[in-house]
Design a protein around this ligand. Sequence first.
Ligand SMILES: N[C@@H](CCC(=O)N[C@@H](CS)C(=O)NCC(=O)O)C(=O)O
Length: 288
Amino acid sequence: MVKLFETDIKTKEVIKWKGLHVLHFQGSSCSQKLRIFLKEKNISWESHHIDLVKGDNFSDWFLGINPRGVVPVLIDDGEVHIESNDIIKYLDEKFPTNSLWPKEQKEKIEKFLTEENDIHLDLRNLTMKFVAPTFLMKKKEEDIENFKKASSLIENKIDLEKDAQINYHEKFIKNNGVLSESVTSSIDVFKDKLNAIENELVKNKYIICDELTIIDIAWFIYIRRLETIGFRFEMEYPNLNKWFLKLKKNKNFYKEALLPLPFTIISSIYKFYLSFTGESLKKYLDKK
Ligand SMILES: N[C@@H](CCC(=O)N[C@@H](CS)C(=O)NCC(=O)O)C(=O)O
């Protein structure tokens, strides 16, 4: 559970906020997961839009709330919680009706969510490579400088996760995009996971059991992003495909997983550009 100490919070105004507030971005996969969870649980919350494209997450105001510079963030009666999976766990315990984190599945859920969190940068690699042109995905150097200068304290300790974020963006700028070997390795990571989920769905209606849990929400978001990038599932992963289509019919799932409209348009045009330059997803999928 990552909850900031009051001394870590530099944007003091939020300490006085009452009720549940979520700082999020429409196209962020972690925010999408949290929003579907909130809708499925019928929890009301106040929305604060943080535009990652404009770099709102590197403003002093936001960094004074989350020194990691990422969304989503939950503020509950002035207490700041970060890390989407920790936020969801906290809220599922606070609002136990219709649990999406059932106690009997606790261990399996934690294992799956740890894996999901561990491959978050693989999803980012594929998003940064295939959704939009590199120049649009690059962070501004002045934003990164501001990020570096801001406080790095979480629970009164220097936070290493912040360095990982800075390294990612600096590497992206230096290499002018995601390196081919990283694209290949991220695709391999997802192929393994898709196989594992297909095998689970042979046994159960949902990924870890016959009931919908947070694992279905988390994986719906990843699969939806892979679909946007160009992955197709019907041939190789028929059970996964059936599960995905069923969840897609749920308005909450479908709506909250949409990318902002400009990105949807850019991404369809960009796919043509990538195929002309020989850099399409297909090239990487056909490699082996
Ligand atoms: N482990 C974190 C990851 C959070 C994260 O990386 N969020 C992304 C959006 S999905 C973000 O805010 N990126 C900032 C950026 O791209 O500038 C969580 O689960 O909350």
